[in-house]
Design a binder for this molecule. Sequence first.
Ligand code: 5BU
Length: 259
Amino acid sequence: MASPSLNYQDRLARATIPVVQDLLRIMVTKETNLSVAADVKTKQALLDLADQVGPYICLLKTHIDILVDFDNDLVEQLSRLAAKHNFLIFEDRKFADIGNTVKMQYGAGIYRIADWSHFTNCHVVPGEGIIQGLQEVGQPLGRGLLLLAEMSTVGSLANTPTYTAQNVEMALRHTDFVAGFIASRRLTDDHDFIYMTPGVGLDVTGDGLGQQYRTPEQIITRNRSDIIIVGRGIYGPGKDVVAEAQRYRKAGWEAYLAR
Ligand code: 5BU
């Protein structure tokens, strides 16, 4: 098979999942492949961060269960900021249970993730039923799923050829709901999936707890991933959030243009 176009615009024309079309359209319009990992502990800190980085990102990645003061108003305000700045939301929930359980975890509970998060993700450790369960809840709402085919950390047990390849096989059987992967690199040219990569940093190589940072150039230009996910590199101690968001947006976009 001929090497596919890696151009976001071409892929927008070909994308079949509506939420993937929305994401690619935002990336092309705003010229950004940056996602900020908003790992903060309070509602106000999350809203402030989203408002500050909003103009520079295509996707805001959340860990909603970190918040000490989550409420429904947070979801409403976050959704308003997403509309104001034109970005989508990705709850990095990493579901990992049986299909019947994840359906409830995704659609119900306090967080009702499926109601507001455009993307979420799962481990395929339990087998394909996890995808089916999430799909029953998410697809009618127009959501997309990412499979955790690799992780960014030292010694990740997911990063074995067999496990990663099985993620790809499962994704290929669910192309109406599986939008792509969390991985450090493009894994297949058999179908045009979206790739998102955490563990991206320009200044340091690790965090002392197993995290490993690679540069946008490594991830986007060389590894052909699509979206860089950056957390502490943007809002860590002493950082100027807006300046860092601009810097990572530029680095990510230049790495894209270079390929
Ligand atoms: P950091 O501050 O840029 O290290 O944050 C990285 C974010 O990405 C954080 O929210 C993690 O939970 C998330 N992450 C990751 O770092 N590595 C992975 O393999 C996956 C998610 Br999956």
